[in-house]
Design a protein around this ligand. Structure first.
Ligand code: DUC
Ligand code: ZN
Ligand code: ZN
Length: 499
């Protein structure tokens, strides 16, 4: 690899920062090199680069692109009005300690709200507090004509080029006709639709049956969200999106049956992406079988499944069915501000859904995925940053160690062992579902646009150092898709549809 670099080419330059002697890995290559950084950008990669104002010796370390956390809930009110425990300060600090240099949390529209107001609120929350760069995905819960035809185009012009819709939750759910409307707008505007795919009626039906038989404890949450509820909804969402021929990303997939539908659609060339999360690989429903309300700490939707599912989800990550691996950090404390907002002993239907995990996402995958040889180092980088940068329109700035890109870098110590414990994490939570797990390999130095964010286990960045990143429109070149015959004027009596 190194032969592509010219020795001494940079002798006359002084870099702001040089990272010397590390093993650099991108999604497609691993090589030994120094990295020169100037004005926040990677300006040189090679040997004998010359002088720098500051030098970090990365001998024995891995020099990787900073992680991009593409699914997290930060300073966000849920549809029941509960605020997440992390604001943009604690959430971004915790993300940085976990090896990330960029976040894409949600800006959530609740019914009746104007999209611009929603986005302004989230800018206001993030700008003064985030220590790392960020963008937003919108959540659309009220797709009126005004929202879709007038408000949404303006939001996309502001660099927010993805949005999430829910097929469940009474206050968020969109029906099939609303999904078609939203997806049509996404196609026209160059945006990506993310879908929380679970069949609402099946969940309600199961929940009612369980509650009527007095099965109320947290662990029954897992049963109340059947696997088939996920696969039915994934199938429906993909059927709608491929009919329109617009890109879709199914978030937080927990079942093999759902993953297979995604894999089939991708095999067929459709613009379909899949995401899974650490909780479906490292935890299972047995974790919820705890005394009293303790199992509430493990309630998330879709729920934890069983041991066999964990292995299946791992396989789907390994074989590329999932291109995105996100924490789905949804931090609700185990008290009346979060999990137990509906009282001390709520039924499983009233427990706030979500797990914390923004700081543990990458160390878990590094240790149990890369070091245990389930994935390569390059695949780790792809899942940590590169895939997300491409899918979500960030690759003009981020996602790889390449000359000209932002100097967003995480230096990992592949030998450092630590036991995960909530006390050591930097989020605003008092528990972690991964308590007690021993992990090998942790990020030690985090650099954002050439500035040190974390060094010596100490935060060096200050509130507001993070910047909003304007994302590009979504590019699905290479995923041909297919125009449904009924929408193709060659086959439909020359009917023309305007998208
Ligand atoms: N969906 C999410 O994406 N996160 C937390 C809970 C949920 O239902
Ligand atoms: Zn969701
Ligand atoms: Zn989520």
């Amino acid at each position: 690899m190194i032969s592509k670099f010219i020795d001494n080419k940079y002798d006359m330059k002084t870099f702001d920062l040089k990272i010397s002697d590390g093993t650099v890995a991108n999604a497609t290559e691993t090589f030994h090199a120094d990295i020169g950084i100037k004005d926040g950008l990677i300006t040189a990669i090679g040997k004998n680069l010359g002088k720098a104002k500051k030098v970090i010796n990365a001998d024995g370390k891995l020099v990787l692109p900073g992680g991009i956390e593409a699914h997290c809930h930060i300073e966000q009110e849920s549809s029941s009005g509960i605020m997440t425990a992390d604001d943009y300060y604690s959430g971004s600090v915790s993300a940085a300690f976990g090896g990330n240099t960029c976040l894409i949390p949600f800006a959530a529209q609740h019914r009746g709200q104007k999209l611009q107001n929603v986005l302004d609120v989230y800018h206001h929350r993030a700008r003064p507090k985030s220590v790392i760069d960020y963008s937003f995905h919108l959540i659309i819960s009220d797709p009126t004509d005004e929202v879709i035809n007038i408000e949404l185009p303006a939001i996309i012009d502001q660099g927010v080029t993805s949005f999430k819709v829910y097929m469940t939750y009474d206050k968020l759910i969109v029906d099939d006709s609303q999904m078609l409307k939203i997806m049509t707008a996404a196609k026209k505007l160059g945006a990506l639709t993310m879908v929380h795919a679970e069949n609402n009626a099946m969940i309600n039906w199961m929940s009612e049956k369980l509650l009527n038989s007095s099965y109320k404890a947290p662990k029954y949450h897992a049963l109340s969200h059947p696997r088939a509820a996920e696969s039915e909804a994934i199938n429906r969402a993909i059927t709608l999106s491929t009919f329109i021929d617009t890109p879709i990303l199914i978030v937080h997939v927990s079942t093999e049956s759902g993953a297979r539908i995604i894999a089939k659609a991708r095999y067929d060339g459709h613009k379909v992406f899949g995401e899974t999360c650490p909780q479906y690989m490292f935890l299972n429903a047995k974790n919820m079988d705890l005394p009293e309300m303790d199992g509430a700490q493990f309630c998330c939707s879709p729920p934890l499944r069983d041991k066999a599912s964990q292995e299946e989800i791992w396989r789907c990550l390994q074989n590329g069915t999932f291109q995105v691996y996100s924490s789905d950090h949804a931090p609700y404390r185990f008290d009346e501000t979060g999990k137990l907002h509906a009282g001390k002993k709520p039924t499983f239907t009233k427990i706030a859904n979500g797990l914390p995990g923004i700081e543990t996402r990458l160390p878990l995958l590094f240790s149990e995925g890369y070091l245990k040889k389930r994935i390569t180092l390059n695949h780790f980088v792809a899942l940590a940053a590169t895939n997300v940068s491409k899918i979500y329109g960030l690759d003009h700035r981020k996602g790889s160690i390449t000359e000209g890109k932002d100097a967003d870098i995480a230096i990992w110590n592949p030998k450092l062992k630590k036991v995960i414990t909530a006390d050591d994490l930097h989020d605003n939570m008092e528990f972690t579902p991964y308590e007690g797990m021993e992990i090998t390999g942790w990020p030690e130095i985090i650099i954002q646009r050439g500035n040190v964010v974390i060094e010596d286990n100490t935060l060096k960045a200050t509130r507001g150092d993070g910047e909003f990143i304007h994302r590009k429109k979504i590019d699905c070149t290479g995923m041909p898709g297919r125009v449904a015959p009924e929408l193709n004027s060659k086959h439909n009596f020359d009917v023309k549809f305007e998208f």
